[in-house]
Design a protein around this ligand. Sequence first.
Ligand code: KG4
Ligand code: ZN
Length: 340
Amino acid sequence: MQMEKDIVVLAIETSCDETSVAVVKNGREVLSNVIASQIDIHKKFGGVVPEVASRKHIENINQIIQNALDEAKLTFDDIDVIGVTYGPGLVGALLVGISAAKALAFGKDLPLVGVNHIEGHVYANFIEYEDLEPPFISLIVSGGHTHLVYIKDYGEYEILGRTRDDAAGEAFDKVARALELGYPGGPIIDELAKKGNKDAINFPRVYLEEGSFDFSFSGLKSAVLNYLNSSKQKGIEIVNEDVAASFQQSVIEVLVNKTIAAAKKRNIETIAIAGGVAANEGLRSLMKYVCEKEGLILKYPSKILCTDNAAMIGSVAYYNYINGKIADLDLNGVPNLKLS
Ligand code: KG4
Ligand code: ZN
């Protein structure tokens, strides 16, 4: 699969609230991965404000590109391919990265490669594990997406299931908001859950129809809100740690059980989890425990590669490039881009 000559990709990711630029060699070796997070700005609004995100990307992008080259100790002359996320995501935010990428590709006469952000999350595993090869089953759990996917080969996927309502990360963020814990909620709930009792409150585990690999988290979110409201009305003390631990347990049990069932059904022995929620320590440890019990191999990226970053985009761009998937300069943002 590897080409004779090294291929160095400069990758740009601006789909949400991180302005990130990375330099990645041959799809697996990260020479730099600069991530400028806007979380502190969006925090006070309790979530990402799209217009603010776009403006911040514009302010940051040129400097972050330069920082990524500097950290990699390279110049534009060393770059072979420009990769950029073109969806899914916030359209205004995506367009900032796409415009910068097009300008570079045109100005430096380099091939432009469009990358699906969801694919990027999966490919973070290729960066983490240099020997990992498809096929495997991937659970992609982020703020906007929850997918269970059979990764047959590079760029070849079969979606086995997806959320019918909220994404897993969204459920974490909404529950954290109800508990007035701040944004983003996932990491805060993860920490609180370690100090709480996961059996304190019996929140629902939603499996949907027998054999379904789809997910649904909105009922669980309502159950948590109902629990908080009725406890307040009855004057029952709310222990945030217990709510966090019990809620998290409901989410991760369903995620783990469905992922294992999918691997068994497809007779695949490797599972790779991806996306912001894959940073969750409860999910990692339960998945690890069950995989060991079932004789399955578990892979997950380091935390910095789980949340949004351009290195994962650089990995996809490399594989797209060597497979001839090159974009034109009329590449546009596709906010609801699907994985196919
Ligand atoms: O992948 P990501 O950075 O952005 C999207 O593409 O959506 O994921 C962000 C999501 C947020 O919902 C955040 O709360 C969640 O990932 N998250 C976590 C953890 N770290 C981030 N959820 C649970 N536990 C964590 N440790
Ligand atoms: Zn993401």
